[in-house]
Design a protein around this ligand. Structure first.
Ligand code: C5P
Length: 320
């Protein structure tokens, strides 16, 4: 049997008790009204190709366009891009997805991330390169943001130069129904005005809003391929970003999603905040996302142990 770098437990039994309690609470509250009927069954072990095809055929990497449901042309035409990310970007041969994990600290992976013929690099939320390029590289081609960051005063989204590089995409936790009208009335974070303000200030920087379909179809695939019930909350930005890049790149290297031997209780490489739930999950079904990515990995256990590196095929590599 293939040797696995045994750095995380594959089921929730290995989570700390406060994490377990939080997960139970998320299930009880079921904020997004998830109606998925969980049936315990054995056949969740799809092979590589089947799993990739599930993601490719079921998870739409779709963005909101003017005219979609409540995003009327009158109110949104001026702001929403007319194209979609796949028309503007790629296809790329090789991409890097750089997580924000503290285990990137002292990794010296910067050179590999920048030089290893990566045509595009995806980063998340407030993750900086300045001051950390030895570990995380310098280039940013895309940045995936959550709505919480977009609205928060702390992050100074409208003015901080961090956000002015590359193509921006954002997402907001939406109801499981994926109903655009329901979501529009009650987004998790009311980001619409802030999005419009950003677009008015920087009309030349592409900035997309991901459709709620993406988060929940992805959640369905994760749940259907997991032997236990997962948190009824959307997948992490990291997991959504991996799928986004699978749609744009022939091959991708993902750094420190599956933690290396540098795994730590610190949260981010750019902060000193400590919480092990950042790596193994609390709000997001991170543990189960990581199990799925491990199953899709074409690289070696050695690469995970040393570099937290997973190598994945893009959607273009399989005919489904
Ligand atoms: O927290 P934030 O969403 O900004 O971090 C970007 C992504 O990096 C997360 O969504 C998660 O997938 C990943 N991450 C991780 N382990 C950490 C911190 C972040 O896997 N310790």
């Amino acid at each position: 049997m293939e040797w696995h770098w045994p750095v995380w437990g594959e089921n929730s039994a290995k989570l700390a008790s406060d994490q377990k309690k939080a997960v139970a609470n998320f299930k009880r509250v079921n904020k997004f009204n998830v109606t998925f009927l969980f049936l315990r069954r054995k056949k969740y072990r799809l092979n590589h190709r089947e799993l990739l095809c599930q993601l490719k055929t079921r998870v739409p990497v779709k963005t909101i366009k003017a005219g979609d449901g409540p995003f009327t042309r009158e109110a949104w035409e001026k702001y929403l891009p007319k194209d979609n990310p796949r028309e503007r970007l790629g296809p790329f041969k090789s991409c890097a997805v750089v997580m924000s994990s503290a285990s990137l600290r002292n990794s010296k992976l910067g050179e590999e991330i920048v030089l290893d013929s990566h045509d595009a690099v995806l980063r998340f939320n407030a993750a900086p390169t300045e001051g950390y390029s030895i570990d995380v590289g310098q280039k940013t081609t895309l940045r995936l943001l959550n709505s919480q960051l977009v609205v928060s005063e702390k992050h100074k989204f409208l003015t901080d130069p961090l956000y002015k590089t590359g193509v921006l995409l954002m997402w907001d936790p939406a109801p499981y129904s994926k109903d655009l009208y329901e979501w529009y009335k009650k987004p998790d974070y009311n980001f619409f005005q802030r999005y419009k303000a950003y677009r008015s200030l920087y009309p030349d920087q592409p900035f997309y809003i991901l459709s709620p379909e993406m988060q929940w179809e992805l959640w369905n695939v994760i749940q259907e391929n997991t032997a236990e019930e997962i948190q009824p909350n959307p997948p992490s930005s990291g997991m959504q970003g991996i799928v986004l890049m699978m749609s744009l790149c022939d091959q991708l290297n993902v750094y420190e999603f599956l933690p290396s031997r540098r795994k730590t209780d610190f949260c981010y490489y750019y902060q000193t905040y400590r919480n092990k739930a950042c790596t193994m999950g609390y709000y997001h079904p991170l543990l189960f996302e990581k199990n799925l990515i491990q199953r899709l990995n074409h690289g070696s256990s050695q690469d995970i142990m040393a570099s937290g590196k997973v190598t994945l095929k893009g959607f273009s590599q399989y005919y489904c």
